[in-house]
Design a protein around this ligand. Structure first.
Ligand code: NDP
Length: 247
């Protein structure tokens, strides 16, 4: 029996990167999975077979969330796992950061997570069980250069995870945050705002002396999505090769 047998999961930003890796493992472990993205994720979903469906979705829009959650309910039953994974990182020096830069980080990385939790919660309450995994970052634990809006929103995700865990714990809904270090995905390797040599250098400076592959975060997300983590809620789970352990 798979570790996610009987679960219905929504994974945002699932067309590529870490979200696609989570979807692949979730399906293998027996979950029914809806991947959502503003990019086209049809191909990613088709590769994973009938237990995976792609839905176009902008996480900043309440009406998109309502549609996705209702359609998921019709297709597979009430959502019992939400992975709030969609996110952006546009790194810029503080004096070149515009209000628009701040606003777009807020809308995708912070408001998107809030809407996802608020709109899925009634379905999880109906199901009598739920696990919400909010993808923050080590930038939600410590500051970083050229990343004011990114850091602000990732700290917000960490904070709202705890508030939600308190509200929904009595309804058997667990809410935890995940804090990856530097991971090899399109966000780090194909992002014009990110210096690739700096990315590798950050890995070399960490205790494990490397950056990681998406699967190393997927394994943690899988644990949190499954009933194996049944007594964990409102907590922070870091997977960063020791990067923020100290110096
Ligand atoms: P990717 O950029 O590879 O994947 C994220 C996906 O989310 C993209 O397909 C992206 O589309 C999509 N997305 C962006 N905006 C929206 C939106 N409004 N609605 C729906 N989907 C959207 O990123 P990663 O896989 O690297 O990152 C996943 C998560 O992990 C993010 O929250 C990120 O902040 C976090 N993280 C990543 C780290 C890393 O080193 N890679 C480290 C720590 C945390 P588009 O390309 O159009 O933006």
């Amino acid at each position: 029996m798979g570790r996610l047998e009987g679960k219905v999961a929504i994974i945002t930003g699932g067309a590529r990167g870490m979200g696609a890796s989570h979807a692949e493992v979730f399906v293998k472990e027996g979950a029914k999975v809806v991947i959502t993205d503003i990019l086209d994720g049809q191909e990613t979903a088709e590769k994973l077979g009938p237990n995976c469906t792609f839905m176009k979705h902008d996480v900043t829009l309440r009406e998109d969330w309502e549609r996705v959650v209702k359609e998921t309910d019709k297709l597979y039953g009430p959502v019992t796992v939400l992975v709030n994974n969609a996110g952006i990182a546009k790194l810029k020096p503080w004096d070149q950061t515009t209000d628009e830069d701040y606003d777009i980080h807020y809308r995708i990385n912070q408001l998107g997570v809030y809407l996802g939790m608020q709109i899925t919660a009634p379905f999880m309450i109906k199901a009598g069980i739920g696990s919400i995994v909010n993808i923050s970052s080590i930038a939600g634990m410590a500051g970083g250069a050229n990343a004011l809006p990114y850091v602000a929103t990732k700290f917000a995700v960490r904070g709202m995870t705890k508030a939600a865990a308190i509200d929904w714990g009595p309804m058997n809904i667990r809410v935890n945050s995940v804090h990856p270090g530097v991971i090899r995905t399109p966000m780090t390797m194909e992002n014009p705002d990110v210096d690739k040599s700096l990315v590798e250098q950050m890995g070399e400076l960490s205790p494990l002396k490397r950056i990681a592959d998406a699967i190393e975060i997927t394994n943690l997300v899988l644990y949190l999505a499954s009933d194996e983590s049944s007594f964990s809620t409102g907590s922070e789970f870091i997977a960063d090769g020791g990067q923020i352990a100290g110096f």
